[in-house]
Design a protein around this ligand. Structure first.
Ligand SMILES: NC(=O)c1ccc[n+]([C@@H]2O[C@H](COP(=O)([O-])OP(=O)(O)OC[C@H]3O[C@@H](n4cnc5c(N)ncnc54)[C@H](OP(=O)(O)O)[C@@H]3O)[C@@H](O)[C@H]2O)c1
Length: 343
């Protein structure tokens, strides 16, 4: 059994890790931290985990976390970088769900996150945890930087086109809409039910923190810098991301449906739908699947890719467990084979 610690157990991604790991055949959570709920049974906060998780929250503490084989950080940016160096020094592996170790360019990270980086020396050894792109590097990693939720959907949706070199990489467009749990569990007026329900809006259209992460990942896939317009939207649902991607084909003879099917033929969690399909967020709710369909309106040069994922699962905690499985040479689908919850 892999012994697991989770820092940030009261948040949405922490609770999702608990839900997923409770059903994992090869992993056991032994430490779950919260500064605000220390001493309180997990099931008091999350009755859905009553009878499933028999642990109390404890204060984050390096010694108890170091007794684990792996620690997940499900904390806001700026937190993991303070403690990860001490944990890694004990031989315990780390998967960070925050943005702390995702961006290789430290000044760029500091510009977007508005603070100095506290563990810049660890960034070069962090492996970006997108299994479909980086599987072999994840296998031998001690520190994995789990991708953001929007970046996962955009990169999986564009990867086949970029690797095939068949689109104009100077003008890519991503319109992405996320359910409200994407903002985390912290109280904020903007995320109250009357503020978000029965409405739909874009935000951060002139610049979102996920932009540099997405641009870095797409450039890695394309082999050179890309031009990306990224517009996030707030969708009045609890879980789910729907991303619509637009690119101009430079090679119009390419069969984009076959390209996507071949690229993801052996991927357990990327499902390329039949031609003409439109994926729905509810088809992936609570599951680790990413469902993709690809269209070419009027058989012209524009290719439109539709991507859905659950922001808390393939967009965060499910992907983190998938990385754990790879790091510990477990079956990649262990603990992750549940279907989406419909209706
Ligand atoms: N929500 C998503 O869909 C999503 C998707 C992908 C990635 N992410 C990323 O995953 C991370 C967690 O997101 P979330 O939505 O789960 O956030 P959240 O709901 O706001 O939860 C944050 C957790 O971190 C803990 N925490 C906060 N400050 C801490 C500190 N200084 N030391 C130790 N623990 C601290 C909090 O617990 P206490 O205050 O009780 O200690 C809480 O359990 C974020 O970096 C986020 O960007 C989120």
């Amino acid at each position: 059994m892999v012994k697991i610690g989770i820092v940030g157990g009261t948040g949405y991604t922490g609770a999702e890790l608990l839900r997923l790991l409770a059903g994992h055949p090869n992993a056991k959570v032994t430490v779950i931290t919260s500064r605000t709920e220390a001493g309180i049974p997990v099931s008091n906060l999350y009755p859905s985990l009553r009878g499933v998780v028999d642990l109390c929250f404890s204060e984050p503490d390096v010694d108890s976390l170091a007794s684990c084989d792996l620690v997940f950080f499900a904390t806001p940016h700026g937190v993991a970088q303070n403690t990860v160096p001490a944990i890694l020094a004990t031989g315990t592996k780390v998967i960070d769900l925050s943005a702390d170790f995702r961006i290789r360019d430290i000044p760029l990270w500091e510009q977007w996150y508005g603070q100095p980086h506290g563990a810049a020396e660890l960034v070069p050894q962090a492996v970006y945890g997108l299994p479909e792109y980086n599987r072999s590097a994840i296998q031998s990693a001690d520190l994995v930087a789990c991708p953001g939720c929007y970046p996962t959907s955009v990169q999986l949706g564009l990867m086949p086109l970029l690797q095939a070199g068949c689109v104009d990489i100077s003008d890519l467009i991503a319109n992405a809409a996320s359910g409200v749990s994407g903002a985390g569990r912290q109280a904020s007026v903007a995320n109250l039910h009357p503020e978000v329900s029965d409405s739909f809006k874009a935000y951060a259209a002139s610049g979102h923190r996920h932009l540099p992460e997405i641009e870095q990942g797409l450039a890695d896939m394309a082999g050179s810098e890309v031009g990306l317009t990224f517009v996030p939207h707030l969708l009045p649902i609890n879980r789910g991301i729907h991303t619509t991607l637009y690119a101009n084909l430079t090679a119009t003879e390419v069969d984009v449906q076959a390209l996507f099917e071949q690229c993801y033929a052996n991927e357990p969690f990327v499902d390329v739908l039949p031609a003409g399909s439109h994926p729905e967020t509810r088809s992936v709710r609570g599951s680790n699947f990413c469902r993709i369909s690809v269209h070419r309106p009027g058989n012209g040069k524009k290719v439109v890719v539709l991507v859905v994922e659950d922001n808390l699962t393939k967009g965060a905690s499910g992907q983190a467990v998938q990385c754990m499985n790879i790091m510990f040479a477990l079956p990649e689908t262990a603990g992750l084979s549940m279907a989406g919850m419909v209706p």
